[in-house]
Design a protein around this ligand. Structure first.
Ligand SMILES: Cc1cc2nc3c(=O)[nH]c(=O)nc-3n(C[C@H](O)[C@H](O)[C@H](O)COP(=O)(O)OP(=O)(O)OC[C@H]3O[C@@H](n4cnc5c(N)ncnc54)[C@H](O)[C@@H]3O)c2cc1C
Length: 394
């Protein structure tokens, strides 16, 4: 089949690569490939540590995708002949004060209830694992199966695999004929026929004519990259997530001597890097990892995550010829191998298992979702109203 993929973030690229592997004729369109949320992502594959009350639907998806990661990485590394920074040393979540300890305990209870293998540790035991942790750390939970990857190496590798089938052009509309989607319209005015269109444009899906209204909202994240001085390396050997007096922060080590420090979660504010977010991230990271103040800041970045009301993706085939794959919120890197597999299955007309299909149905918040005839139909208030309809539990 001829398949047009809209969006060259990690989701669109991985889905296109999977479709290519299955023998389809794929083209990906994106005016700025891999420069959306995927560029900012830390790359934590934290199925256990991200488990949260009220988000029970996420855990099975997250664990399934995490299980697909080793094969996903092996295939891609073999294709490009280099490593993708897949770290399998686990994730340590640490706490500082009594309230943090209580929150970690609650997290541990929930993880145990879902048979997620974690180990509770004292602050001293955590420092034995990661000597750079400071004396403020009083409690910890080790999730040995929570891995990490470098998302930029993944998107670089996927772009290399796809080569000139990634075209730097914006899609402005979906074409239909006789009740099915038949192609896309580019910003240049060119129409392109396709047997299937995969809309994986992250937040950009809301601005494409002819897609159903989707309850997407921007959830901004500020994030820093720092270089660790030679004398302090390795600062960490595994990802450390912290609750520092109630505030969440994480530090993900890379194998090139840098660490990623993130991330804020804000629904408004400036579109660039927000000073207060950076201040809070550095202060909270220093509370648990004093050596962070010795590091050199090499990058500060902010990007909006494609948020959904229940933090679950919008993935499905709402009509013949159209697959929607967006709304990966805070978990798009973790969910990439699953999204690629399920997105390719949907493009081929294969059904998802009923429980997954219901959990990620892109129209689950708008039973009467109407197909828009023009982008003007989806004004910000309409997006807000749709999102509000499914706000329960968040
Ligand atoms: C600070 C931060 C940290 C994060 N950390 C993690 C993490 O540790 N682990 C994790 O699992 N997830 C993490 N995430 C979430 C993750 O980054 C996202 O869920 C994921 O990148 C979403 O991928 P995507 O391909 O759907 O979207 P994007 O990466 O945003 O890609 C969408 C693409 O579509 C293109 N596009 C938009 N409109 C159009 C159009 N009209 N035509 C053509 N192309 C279009 C855009 O240019 C963009 O390249 C983080 C996010 C942020 C912001």
């Amino acid at each position: 089949m001829r398949i047009a993929v809209i969006g060259a973030g990690i989701i669109g690229l991985a889905t296109a690569a999977e479709l290519d592997r299955r023998g389809h004729d794929v083209i990906v369109f994106d005016p700025e490939p891999a420069n959306g949320a995927s560029r900012a992502a830390a790359g934590m594959l934290a199925a256990a540590a991200e488990a949260a009350w009220g988000q029970g639907g996420l855990l099975p998806l997250a664990r399934t995708s995490a299980a697909l990661y080793p094969a996903f990485v092996a295939v891609l590394e073999a294709a490009v002949g280099r490593e993708l920074g897949y770290g399998t040393t686990g994730t340590l979540t640490v706490g500082v004060d009594a309230a943090d300890r209580a929150a970690l305990f609650e997290l541990g209870e929930m993880q145990a209830a879902h048979a997620v293998p974690v180990q509770r540790l004292t602050g001293t035991a955590a420092r034995e694992l990661e000597p750079a942790l400071g004396p403020a750390v009083t409690s910890a939970v080790l999730a040995g199966d929570d891995h990490s990857i470098d998302p930029r190496r993944v998107t670089d590798a996927l772009r290399e695999v796809l080569g000139d089938r990634v075209r730097e052009e914006q899609v402005v509309g979906i074409l239909r004929r006789e009740g099915r989607v038949t192609g896309i319209r580019l910003a240049s005015g060119e129409d392109l026929r396709a047997d299937v269109v995969v809309a994986a444009a992250g937040l950009g899906a809301a601005g494409i004519d002819g897609l159903p209204g989707l309850p997407l909202r921007p959830v901004w994240g500020d994030i820093l990259r720092l270089r660790v001085p030679a004398a302090l390396r390795p600062l960490l050997t595994r990802t450390v997530r912290a609750l520092a007096r109630g505030r969440a922060v994480y530090v993900v080590p890379r194998d090139d001597g840098t660490v990623v420090l993130g991330a804020s979660v804000r629904e408004g504010g400036v579109a660039g890097v927000q000073a207060g977010s950076v201040l809070a991230l550095l202060r909270d990271a220093e509370t648990v990892l004093p050596g962070i103040s010795e590091c050199e800041i090499v990058e500060m970045l902010a990007r909006p995550r494609p948020g959904t009301p229940d933090a679950l993706p919008l993935l499905g085939r709402p009509e013949p010829g159209l697959v929607i794959s967006t709304g990966y919120d805070r978990h798009g890197v973790l969910l990439t191998p699953l999204a690629a597999t399920l997105g390719a299955d949907l493009a081929e007309g294969l059904p998802l298992d009923p429980a997954t299909a219901a959990a990620v149905d892109p129209l689950r918040f708008a039973a009467d979702a109407r197909t828009r005839s023009s982008s003007a139909d989806l004004t910000p208030p309409a997006v807000a109203a749709l999102a509000g309809a499914g706000q329960k539990g968040r």
